[in-house]
Design a protein around this ligand. Structure first.
Ligand code: AMP
Ligand code: MG
Length: 410
């Protein structure tokens, strides 16, 4: 049953209820996984480091051999080998012996500590030489254990983790080259309106340059999602219905702007019957963007947002973003609400629930002058980082009033 004029929370609930099935996954190279969402828990296949190693340049020895050693009374050990990072000493170290060792090299069998080069005296270069030990060491002093960083079998990364350069490096450090990640939803984006032309076109009488295609296309890019289709459509229901039909075969979500209100060219009311489609809801109790519409077409969620740019932004963030969060597995896209204090007054009464643009800095919410909030006004959005949620039935707001905001951060 279609619902008309519902609360925002109900609208989001309906969208998530209908719009999300199993998240699709695929395998990709770790090197290309930046920004991807891990779909499976990952356990360490090996220890890192894979062997006991030296944290510095010096000599590996047995701590017992260094007892009572000092600069005045050094202990002299026979140097039996040299081991570099990347190399391996296959000799076993016995009492009275040392192995010259570099940072990152495996500690030879038989040695239990490493002395820094600066605490020794030696003359390198000879094939057979000795080293003077100037201080006493404890067992496992200057000694990095195998698995110090990562232990084989330990939980390394949890499903749902967003892969950044750090996670990529962690995976690399245990030799993992491929991971299973959530597939990014394939988005189709359409802006409708006979008046809308792309920048670069001639601005004939009655035409305006597009804001919404650029707006939502790039917002999707900020969400690390590539719209697979992004097109301008005329206010012709047959054409729109045809294109939606076609595109529905190869996308996971359809987003449109324009044509959802009650005017003569609000063509989605004609598109729906052409697609033999029922609205799940139409009209959400919020300003701007009230006439937002939602349906499922061939199993694909379709959100039709109103065309005013600020309405498109607001309803995209409030209605579409939670769905994209679920479809992509990216919890970072879930709505974050925090409290702030108005830094400027807002002089209008809000009969209906209203969202304002704002810029939250250190707890203070800066808003443009009251007349700069209309849904057709985009420029005052520059620098804004949040939407201010003003409950229905709120009187004009004063500077210093507490408000709740929804962050636009990604
Ligand atoms: P509509 O939702 O189609 O009734 O459009 C509402 C208002 O938004 C009208 O003034 C349209 O000209 C404007 N509008 C619609 N689409 C866009 C767009 N892509 N870019 C900028 N303004 C738009
Ligand atoms: Mg229109």
């Amino acid at each position: 049953m279609e619902q008309i004029g519902i609360e925002l929370e109900k609208a989001v609930e309906l969208i998530l209820h209908h719009g999300v099935e199993q998240i699709k996954t695929h395998i990709i190279p770790v090197m290309k996984a930046n920004g991807a969402i891990l779909a499976e828990d990952i356990y360490a296949p090996i220890n890192n480091p894979p062997f006991d190693r030296s944290p510095l340049d010096g000599f590996a020895l047995r701590a017992g051999d260094s007892s009572h050693a000092s600069k005045k009374h050094p202990v002299t050990l026979r140097v039996i080998d040299t081991v570099y990072a990347g190399g391996f000493c296959d000799k076993r170290l016995n009492a009275g012996e040392a192995v010259r060792i570099m940072t990152g090299a495996p500690i030879p069998f038989g040695a239990d500590c490493v002395i820094r080069q600066e605490d020794t005296g030696f003359t390198p270069g000879k094939s057979e030489y000795t080293v003077e030990i100037y201080r006493e060491l404890k067992v496992h002093q200057n000694y990095c254990f195998l698995g110090e960083d990562i232990k084989k079998g330990q939980m390394l990364l949890k499903a749902g983790t967003k892969i950044t350069y750090i996670e990529q490096a962690i995976l690399s450090s245990v030799g993992i080259m491929q991971i299973v990640v959530c597939q990014k939803p394939r988005v189709a984006l359409f802006v409708t309106g006979d008046e809308v032309v792309p920048p670069g076109s001639q601005l004939k009488n009655g035409k305006i340059y597009d804001s919404n295609l650029t707006l939502l296309y790039n917002r999707l890019k900020e969400f690390q999602m590539e719209p697979v289709v992004a097109e301008y459509l005329p206010d012709q229901p047959e054409i729109i219905a045809e294109i939606i039909k076609k595109v529905s075969e190869s996308v996971d979500i359809i987003i449109t702007t324009g044509g959802v209100s009650v005017g003569a060219k609000d063509i989605f009311h004609e598109v729906y019957p052409m697609l033999q489609l029922e609205r799940i809801f139409w009209k959400v109790k919020l300003k701007p963007g009230t006439p937002a519409m939602f349906s499922m077409y061939q199993g694909i969620p379709m959100l039709n947002l109103s065309g005013n740019p600020f309405a498109a932004i607001t309803t995209f963030e409030l209605l579409v973003r939670p769905l994209l969060a679920k479809l992509s597995g990216d919890k970072g896209l879930n709505t974050v609400r925090i409290k702030g204090v108005l830094a400027q007054p807002f002089t209008k009464t809000s009969g209906a629930r209203r969202f304002l643009r704002g810029n939250l800095i250190e707890g203070k919410v800066h808003i443009p002058p009251t007349e700069q909030h209309a849904s057709g006004i985009l420029a005052s959005m520059a620098g804004c980082n949040c939407l201010v949620d003003i409950k229905a039935g709120t009187n004009p707001l004063d500077m210093g009033n507490e408000v709740e905001v929804i962050l636009l951060d990604v």
